[in-house]
Design a protein around this ligand. Sequence first.
Ligand SMILES: Cc1cc2nc3c(=O)[nH]c(=O)nc-3n(C[C@H](O)[C@H](O)[C@H](O)COP(=O)(O)OP(=O)(O)OC[C@H]3O[C@@H](n4cnc5c(N)ncnc54)[C@H](O)[C@@H]3O)c2cc1C
Length: 470
Amino acid sequence: MSSYDVDAVIVGSGPNGLVAAVTLAEAGWRVVVYEAQDTPGGGLRTEETTLPGFLHDICASNHPMAMASPAFRELGLEREGLAFAQNDVPLAHPIRPGESAILRRSAAETAAGFGADEKLWRTVMGTFGSRWRQLGRAIGNPLRPTPDLIALGAASVWPTPWILSLLRDERSRAVLSGLAAHAIIDLRQPASALVGVALGAFAHGVGWPVAVGGTRSIADALIARLGSLGGEIITGTRVSRIEELPRARAVLLDTSPKDALRIAGHRFASPYANALHKVRYGSAAYKVDWALEGAVPWQDPSLEEAGYLHLGGTAEQVIAAERDVAQGRMPDEPFLLLSQASLLDPSRSPQGKTAFGGYAHVPFGFDGDITDAIEARIEKFAPGFRERILARHVMDPRAMEAHNANLIGGAIDGGMPDFRQLIARPRLSLNPAETSDPGIFLCSASTVPGPGVTGMPGRLAAQLALKRLG
Ligand SMILES: Cc1cc2nc3c(=O)[nH]c(=O)nc-3n(C[C@H](O)[C@H](O)[C@H](O)COP(=O)(O)OP(=O)(O)OC[C@H]3O[C@@H](n4cnc5c(N)ncnc54)[C@H](O)[C@@H]3O)c2cc1C
């Protein structure tokens, strides 16, 4: 007779917690997941935040990382009905009113719009794009270097401005800087372009799709798979101490380092606890959703077909805005990341209307109100935007953290993804999910390979638990 109530307890039901739970349940383990909020999913939640019938993704909206991730491909969630939608224009980057750079699925067509940089973009990004599968595998488990990872590192380990100095066309420069800005770090740091080159490659390789029905469909599919394997999810329960949990062979924490310490700090040896204490969190997100009459009235019609937009201006403006945010200053014109999910998935809004939304990069813990500045920036590129607003819903960094305890100070990264914290996440180890306690594993974006809906931290942690304790 087993002395355990279950085989594994997972704390937190974000993509990583759910992927970990499914991985363990598929191996025959009895699994229970505890979730602080009333609805599971973490960064995968979609809600009618503005008006009934308008579906808004609260956190993750576009899924190049999920598409390229070995974890999601191996799980085959299309069997649970998960479907993605996209078109041929993953991304647009308005530079100034009426002038934009467009990133298309095809690297060659994209490059054709980049003037003097045509050959460089086609060769480098086209090659990385064609190897998205190998790249997804390499990034998913970066501590086992492959030739693709080494090539990606060689191309992007430099500070972003150094890489931009190789490009001559302002459109390619703007697109690359906007992609790199997804890391939300000072782009003058080494390796700051890594995220940008990878996201650009995935845009060419797999696109930047949205999940049909909202990002919550990814959570729904994982939950359905878990249920079919006998796994259980208990919502509305914020775990404070490991002793509150059922007795289990393994506890996997899909939490922030801060909550990992709260829950199990007394079980950790001091070097590991210190590593968690020392995690530096990055900049934050200030999120706005809008219900619109009609579509966004973009001045440049080429923006109408883009699934995602970076409103950042020139590369120099993007770099300056990210520098300010990293240094704790709010730039006059925030860098905006906007998803036109309704365009790709019309089920998200009533006919003739648009569910629109996105976020600005703001300093960690920022407590100001920049809704007006955000709308003013959009209005510049889309005159008449404000007149189309039927309703808006705003979440500042404090509201983001209340929505999801992992978003410390509104930071979306689980630990700033700078060079050091990408490799030592949360400390240097060939098995970064392991803690100093053999029965406790970290499985959130705070471990390797880091933020994004990849499911890989969860997959790797679960595989390690199976190997060690199975
Ligand atoms: C505004 C925003 C936009 C984003 N856009 C994208 C995007 O377009 N594409 C993309 O790939 N990624 C995006 N991301 C990043 C992505 O959402 C995260 O990297 C991902 O969700 C991390 O997954 P996770 O499982 O580690 O944690 P999370 O998704 O953060 O989930 C953690 C869960 O654990 C629960 N929890 C925490 N502590 C406890 C506790 N003590 N007890 C019980 N439950 C607990 C939380 O309530 C939460 O449900 C975005 C994030 C934000 C905030």
